[in-house]
Structures are given as structure tokens and as C-alpha cells.
Design a protein around this ligand. Structure first.
Ligand code: ADP
Length: 269
């Protein structure tokens, strides 16, 4: 199936570089056209945010990204009354702005946010597509250009922070994972400028370290860390030092585990 992109398709240089793993670009565009909200599942640093900014640029839509944290409440998304020069004025939050003006609102790591956020998202993610603003008395209807995209990392979940089925089942979902070796080498090389033949051992090492996830490590090496590591090498740092700084130190604070990781690295790099 061919993709029909928006009339004001941006030039290639304006679209953030993204290598698809499958049919996710097509799925995203169809979900946008059919006004369906989208859930991206996958480990940190595997390309979810890049994918959303790539698609927003391709579709010519404004993008508003919110990194959710455990203090983020519904009012941070919808807006609040603020004092401005003696007057109290209503200021829209990022979600309200995206609903009023049309565009993509991307809530990264949505499970981290406070529970009242789900209450705001529910009427926006069924066929009503409305955002009731209790504080202003308005009920905003989302225009066709509005799309809600959320992401979460199922690996981080605990009982307290799972995404409820009643919320999960309101979204079309795409599962993300790290790309196959050849594609990941191409990405890391393109992003860092380091030649593919020098990137290949780093990706091999990442695969070894990812296999240790769940045993000695909570999380494996992300594509993001591989890009950092390759960028440091490209800028002249010794590979062993770059591997230590970008692929080992960020993974664990446990001295024994770090020692074991260094041994694995020394055998590959
Ligand atoms: P996430 O949102 O899943 O935590 P990001 O989208 O921030 O991860 O990805 C981290 C980095 O990895 C990006 O900045 C980009 O350099 C690189 N990357 C990962 N996947 C891809 C991909 N498919 N195409 C291009 N770059 C990618």
C-alpha cells in the first residue's frame, strides 16, 4: 500500500532520520487518518521518540512531547490559572494546545504520570474525542488533525505502575524492540559518523550485554547508548574508554557486575 502524505510534505532534510523495522510508518499514518490513538511499547532508547518526530514531520503536523514523571498531574497537561500582572489568566497545557490547534501530543512513559491523567485521557481516546476542562467549563472537541500517542516500557513495570487494561485497550499498539544487527549498525553509523566496520563490534557487544538483562542487569544497552559510544570514538576517544563511559558505567553501579561487563567487552572490542 502506498502512503499518501500531507500536501505540505516537508523536504527530506527537515524529517528526522528514522529507519523503520516493519510497517510502523504506514500503521501510524492510518491510525492518524482514522483518528485512533496510538500506544508505543518498548525498552528505553530503541527509537520510539525518534519515530514520533519522524512521523510528525512527514505528516506536516506540530508535535508536542511531554516526558511523564511521577509528579506529573492532569493539570500539567490540561492547563491552569496563573497570576499574570495582577490578573488571573488561564494558560493551556500541552495537551489542551494540541487539542485546540490540531497536531500530535506525545506522552512519553505515560505510566509514570499520576493516576488523574488517565481520567483526562479516557474521553479523548474513545469516539467522543473530547477534552472536558472542568476549571474553565469548556468541553473541547478534538479536530481531525489531533492525535494522541503514548509510550511505555513494559520492562519497567511493577504492580503499582502497570498501565491499566481499561486504559491500554483504548489504543492501537505497536511493539518496539532493538533492530536486527545490520540495521542497528547502519543507524549507529549514520547517527555518529563512525564507519560501519568500527560500529559492528560495538553492536555485537550490545547484543551480548542485552542477553544479560534480567540476570545481572536491569536494562540492556540501548541504541541511544550505542550512538553515544560511537560518537565518542568518532571524536577520537579510545574505543575501550568510550565503551566504559557509554556502555558499561550507565548500566550498573555494582562494582562486581561492572568488572564482569569489562571482561565481556575486552573479549570483543
Ligand atoms: P526512546 O524514545 O525509545 O527512548 P529514542 O527515539 O530517543 O528512544 O532513540 C534513541 C536514539 O537512537 C535516537 O536519538 C536515534 O539516534 C537512535 N535510533 C533508534 N532507533 C532508530 C531508528 N529506527 N532510526 C534512526 N535512529 C534510531
Amino acid at each position: 500500500m502506498t502512503l499518501h502524505l500531507s500536501a505540505k510534505a516537508p523536504s527530506e532534510a527537515q524529517v528526522p532520520h528514522y529507519i523503520p523495522a516493519g510497517n510502523e510508518c504506514e500503521l501510524f499514518e492510518l491510525a492518524w487518518k482514522r483518528k485512533l490513538p496510538l500506544l508505543l511499547k518498548g525498552p528505553t532508547g530503541c527509537g520510539k521518540t525518534r519515530f514520533v518526530s519522524h512521523m510528525a514531520a512527514r505528516l506536516g503536523l506540530p508535535l508536542s512531547t511531554v516526558s511523564c514523571h511521577d509528579d506529573l498531574a492532569a493539570a500539567d497537561l490540561t492547563g491552569r490559572y496563573l497570576l499574570k500582572g495582577g490578573d488571573t489568566v488561564w494558560v493551556d497545557g500541552p495537551l489542551t494546545r494540541a487539542v485546540r490547534n490540531g497536531g500530535i501530543c506525545y506522552l512519553d512513559e505515560v505510566v509514570e504520570a499520576r493516576k488523574d491523567v488517565a481520567v483526562v485521557l479516557h474521553p479523548l481516546t474513545d469516539d467522543r474525542r473530547i477534552l472536558p476542562l472542568e476549571r474553565t467549563g469548556e468541553t473541547l472537541e478534538a479536530p481531525p488533525e489531533f492525535m494522541l500517542v503514548v509510550s511505555y516500557n513494559p520492562g519497567y513495570q511493577n504492580i503499582l505502575k502497570a498501565l491499566k487494561p481499561s486504559t491500554k485497550q483504548r489504543f492501537v499498539a505497536i511493539e518496539f524492540d532493538f533492530l536486527p544487527k545490520e540495521q542497528e549498525i547502519a543507524i549507529v553509523s549514520a547517527e555518529s559518523g563512525l564507519e560501519e566496520r568500527h560500529v559492528a563490534p560495538l553492536v555485537n557487544l550490545a547484543h551480548r550485554l542485552r542477553a544479560m538483562k534480567g540476570h545481572d542487569l536491569e536494562e540492556g544497552v540501548s541504541t541511544r547508548l550505542l550512538v553515544y559510544c560511537a560518537s565518542l570514538i568518532e571524536s577520537g576517544l579510545k574505543p575501550s574508554e568510550a565503551v566504559s563511559a557509554a556502555l558499561i558505567e550507565p548500566l550498573t553501579d555494582d562494582a562486581d557486575v561492572r568488572l564482569a561487563l569489562r571482561e565481556v567487552a575486552a573479549a570483543i572490542i
